[in-house]
Design a protein around this ligand. Sequence first.
Ligand SMILES: Nc1ncnc2c1ncn2[C@@H]1O[C@H](COP(=O)(O)OP(=O)(O)OP(=O)(O)O)[C@@H](O)[C@H]1O
Length: 329
Amino acid sequence: MASSPLSNPEAGLAGAAPVAASRPSLAGDSAITLRGVVKQYGAVRAVDGVDLDVRRGEVLGLIGHNGAGKSTLFKMMLGLLAPTAGEILVQGAPVSGRGFRAVRRGIGYLPENVVLYDNLSGLETLRFMARLKGVAQSECSAALARVGLGHAGQRAVRGYSKGMRQRLGFAQALLGKPQVLFLDEPTTGLDPEAIRAFHATLRELSDEGVTLVITSHILAELQDRVDRLAILTSGRITAQGSVQSLREGLALPLRLELRVAESGREAVRQALCALPLEGLSWQGLQATARCAREAKMAVLAALAGLRGAVLDLQLHEPSLEDVFFGLAH
Ligand SMILES: Nc1ncnc2c1ncn2[C@@H]1O[C@H](COP(=O)(O)OP(=O)(O)OP(=O)(O)O)[C@@H](O)[C@H]1O
């Protein structure tokens, strides 16, 4: 997919990262900057020349198949793994240099699988982590409250549900009031209400200027919640931009759904056959079809003339899943 028009930053919305051919200088307003980053594991090129900029306060979704290289990229951005080639700056500091130690304290990380000590309570867990991080003990209760665990701080982690464990992991990541947060599959095990609360907290953090990079395989969850997406395919970023710019760049059709009155079925059927639609199908009094974005207004105008026969009409944007399948294969 390297030839996708979306891999060209000119094709995306403002803020899309530059391609390698026109690499800008390392710095500016980026909280995270990657240039030509490669990771080779023996014969496997897990990350293959990634250029990426994440602005301060931005929420970036990093998505890709199993094995696309997301975790490897995360580990390199965290300074846990050295790149084979390329440069990475976080908050303006190279992740490998001495200066990075101080910067590292301002980075929070929620790994995919949070490891916790079952015998400690939630609050003790955070106090322990706070000591390791050199963070004031007084932050612990506030961090617990922020993730909705204020009531469970005295309980042993042994009795925590999967979702509570995940939230405790998130509280750990928040210790030290990080300016950059890396969240790897952060909503695993959370119920829908907790997912909503989690994303509301992320939005608050972003409003406070915290930069967030989040991976998830649950694309529907990300599509309305990230500022920008980067799609990683076999170690390369094949597309990046806002969800809407990716949709428009791919020219995916919209999905039209109609509910019609019994008496108007024939009139609607004839009208639909004359319109530039694809994949028209009927189920009883419901019709669905694909509609090219550029035909949308003409289709709506034609259907508006059938008032009475058309009882309800919906036009759906392609989902992020549609976009992903259009770009990542
Ligand atoms: N330590 C390692 N040694 C050898 N190969 C590795 C190592 N870690 C990862 N890989 C390989 O690098 C590639 C990228 O793996 P990575 O874990 O970064 O992908 P991912 O996108 O995070 O996948 P998932 O969504 O399944 O977590 C895969 O082919 C994987 O097998």
